[in-house]
Design a protein around this ligand. Structure first.
Ligand code: NAP
Length: 286
């Protein structure tokens, strides 16, 4: 089947996916660029991933964005992978080629790097602290390295997982990656330039990250990749202490831009209007 004469089709594959902001995000750009296209939320169970992917390709989809829990499965299924996906061991974008092959990308890496760039946060030569050791933390570590971080301390509740992350990523980065315990925080934080929460702590309804921000220097920047709520408890505390903050919506918008370009052939812009649209959507399902 082909959709050459119909709308271009794409979507986000996840489980659950009902609260994904991606349809709203791509819908904003489709409207802004007057593109005849559809971007659908696709709720797919783990065990159905590969069969659904095959069906979407046969139904004429251009490709799909991938969210939890499928990023590793997407990595395994792709026929080719970009350097960031290879390093992260995960893909969040699959593009279907006409010859039936599937190209995998990890745009979380460039998404986080672009978010820092947009907020004019310099990481060059910096000591950064990354909290978390899941899939998103891997992307953040690679982005910090790409932006020139000198040393990246990786702290995780499960410290063994931080060590695995540091070992796995070491061949792909220039920065020094050092795994540590969350309890080491105060000893490490005193001269850090940047802290990134890449855990799911702070998500609406979940416990917040319990780190004392008093340990950080006054010039430190605090980032959270959680974007629901946009201002997490961690960012609220950082702002109250007078520290600069970067929220997770920037990463979300910037990781979606290359996906939109791949699906619909147009380079979209990350604008204040887009941010306001997403913030309003988050308020509605708060
Ligand atoms: P994941 O692979 O499931 O990893 C979850 C991480 O959170 C692990 O490091 C886990 O520690 C830690 N964690 C969970 N609850 C915690 C708590 N109460 N205290 C301390 N640590 C806790 O998930 P992921 O894919 O990396 O995603 C993490 C978050 O990033 C999610 O909230 C997701 O929404 C967000 N994210 C945002 C973007 C964006 O565009 N802004 C993109 C991707 C992901 P343990 O290993 O000890 O369990």
């Amino acid at each position: 089947m082909t959709t050459e004469d119909g709308p271009k089709l794409a979507g986000v594959v996840g489980w659950p996916v009902a609260h994904s902001l991606s349809p709203r995000l791509h819908g904003f750009w489709l409207k802004a660029h007057r593109i005849d296209g559809v971007f659908a939320p696709l709720a797919v169970r783990r065990e159905d991933f590969s069969v659904v992917l095959r069906g979407l390709r046969l139904a004429g989809f251009q490709g799909v964005s991938i969210t939890l829990p499928h990023k590793q499965a997407a990595f395994s299924l792709a026929h080719s992978l970009d350097a960031d996906a290879r390093a992260a061991g995960a893909a969040n974008l699959l593009v279907f080629r006409r010859d039936g092959a599937i190209d995998g990308f990890n745009t979380d890496v460039t998404g986080f790097a672009a978010s820092l760039a947009q907020e004019k946060v310099s990481v060059d030569g910096a000591k950064a602290i990354l909290v978390g050791a899941g899939g998103a933390a891997r992307a953040v570590a690679l982005a910090l390295d790409r932006r020139g971080a000198r040393a990246i301390w990786v702290l995780n509740r499960n410290a063994a997982r931080a060590r695995v992350l540091a070992q796995d990523l070491a061949p792909f980065v220039h920065a020094r990656l050092i795994a540590a315990q969350l309890s080491d925080w105060s000893a490490i934080a005193f001269d850090a330039s940047l802290v990134v929460n890449a855990t799911s702590a702070g998500l609406r309804g979940a416990a917040s990250l319990e780190l004392s921000l008093d340990a950080l220097p006054a010039a430190a920047v605090v980032c959270d990749i959680v974007y629901d709520p946009v201002e997490t408890e961690l960012l609220r505390r950082a702002r109250a202490r007078g520290l600069r903050t970067v929220d997770g919506l920037g990463m979300l918008m910037h990781q979606a831009a290359p996906a939109f370009r791949a699906f619909f052939g147009v380079e979209p812009e990350v604008t204040t209007d887009l941010r306001l649209t997403l913030e309003r959507a988050l308020c509605r399902h708060a």
